[in-house]
Design a protein around this ligand. Sequence first.
Ligand code: ZN
Ligand code: ZN
Length: 295
Amino acid sequence: MQRTGNRNQNSGKKTNTSSKLTSLRTKRPRFCGVWTLQGRARCPHAAPAPRRHAIVPSRRFLRLRCRCWACSICGPRKANKYRGQILRAVTRHKLTRMLTLTLDVRKFATREQQEIFFAHLETQKALGTACQCATCTHLQAASVAYIRGCWNKLRVSLIRRFGVAPKYVAVLEFQQFTGMAHLHIVIDRFIPQAWAKEAWQAVGGGQHVDIRHADAHRIAPYLAKYLSKEMLLSGPPGMRRVTTSRSIKLNEKKRSDYSWEVCRASIDRVYVFFSDIATEAVHSDGELESFAIRE
Ligand SMILES: [Zn+2]
Ligand SMILES: [Zn+2]
């Protein structure tokens, strides 16, 4: 099979956090979708009993995607996938309390930075977007690490108070006007508002804690409305956006029926080669995403 040529396509330069934040959200990395994943069916006897006699195509080809949040194709798909996984986890683990933790910029910015930040905030409110000047971008990037640190400390306080580690799913989001990171957390237990406020203050977060409660059977529809694709996409590209307690696994991986390898050719080219015997072709966003062959 022929190579598609240009090796430089894949050499993504490392960028620092602040330039990631200012990067355009609608960009699609040049290497996204260029190569193909080829899967060969494992030995049928190795498959679990119910599947042993199922007719599995002998080979599958998938378009190899970049899976970046910033990618215009992979970002929305990833957001959808996470959204489904979070909603299932919420029902399964009865995460009925929603906690929103916001940062006070005064807790981690110098006096000069604060003055610039608050001055720019006034103008940004009218524009409806976060400021992208050097100081504000720096603060926005710093807020991610800072809020994670505060949340880690708060979890220690929660363990001390309740005696066990709470189950939770946390989603990192950037606020629209300030660009500051904040955390939306769905958690499995009742936390008194006054205690949460005091504890969040004690770990250096700030004064604002919002706690909501929904019935176990109502939380999923409630969250579904709240946890939009846009919200998941608003987070800073290149950072972990969804974190969970150890007890919750969002992405339970099944053993694949195939063993996969990267094939350095485009899926369209591979498809031409196998067009006579290709089945189960799937198209998405106007491109061939996958197909299978039986040999
Ligand atoms: Zn992509
Ligand atoms: Zn600014």
